[in-house]
Design a protein around this ligand. Structure first.
Ligand code: CA
Length: 262
């Protein structure tokens, strides 16, 4: 049986459109905009659709959560001021089920708010009012970061530790680390989010692709093996820090207890 030939659309039939590619890092993306201001949402939808993105707008937080689960968007643009759910709360609800990059759009500009928002799991933020150009640039940046296997992705260097996400190798003090596949996956996941706290639930979902039961020790066990290879332990952390009940992160040299600290 020969495959149907995509050609001029016949009446009553539509052919799936091939993905439009505009060079690396600029692929057409499936964008979910959670925004209760209809004017903003519709204007963005129009502009981004014209530029070849697939755009869905949700006007409530709960509708946004539903679409984040059902549509598997490549990126979520999340307004913090929503009628039904507090924006940051919604972000952690999305984070519990998906690692989709989230760009927070907000009129709030206090730095402490922004830090709290990034700490809560946002990948970036954009201050209102913003243009479609600005948003597209941020989208490209978070999409590049969320595809760590990309060949032009530079290795993540944290003090004496280097993690080459594309080449799937890691070195410590210039010596190659002998990691199992899961240990590397775990380290790579943390390295791609260096400086950010990642929950065990997120690790279970994204590295193990399994739901997290609270008593599950899988993450802890692999984490302790990884730490041993990194020459550290929970009691004497060098690269990885854990906060009980919150999660784990690969520290940046600028962290108070990070690998560059005295
Ligand atoms: Ca709003």
């Amino acid at each position: 049986m020969s495959p149907p030939t995509p050609g001029p659309a016949r009446p009553g039939r539509s052919w799936p459109r091939p993905p439009i590619r505009r060079g690396y890092g600029e692929r057409v993306s499936n964008v979910l905009i959670v925004e209760d201001d209809l004017r903003i949402g519709e204007a963005l939808q129009r502009t981004l659709t014209r530029r070849g993105h697939q755009v869905r707008v949700a006007v409530t937080g709960l509708a946004g959560l539903q679409h984040a689960v059902d549509d598997a968007p490549d990126v979520v643009v999340l307004d913090l001021g929503l009628p039904d759910v507090e924006g940051r709360q919604l972000m952690s609800m999305i984070r519990a089920v998906s690692s989709v990059p989230i760009i927070v759009a907000t009129a709030r500009v206090e730095e402490s708010e922004m830090v709290a928002t990034l700490d809560a799991g946002a990948d970036d933020y954009i201050v209102k009012p913003y243009s479609a150009d600005q948003l597209e640039a941020r989208m490209r940046a978070v999409l590049r970061r969320s595809q760590p296997g990309s060949p032009d992705e530079p290795p993540v260097v944290v003090g004496a530790l280097t993690v080459d996400l594309a080449g799937r190798t890691a070195t410590l003090d210039d010596r190659p680390l002998d990691l199992t596949k899961l240990e590397f996956d775990l380290l790579a996941y943390l390295a791609a989010r260096a400086g950010r706290m990642v929950s065990k639930r997120q690790l279970m979902a994204e590295v193990w692709h399994q739901p997290y039961g609270g008593a599950d020790k899988t993450v802890d066990v692999h984490l302790s093996w990884l730490r041993k290879k990194l020459g550290e332990s929970a009691a004497e952390p060098r690269f990885i820090t854990t906060v009980r009940g919150v999660g784990v992160k690969l520290m940046l040299p600028t962290d108070p207890a990070g690998p560059g600290a005295p």
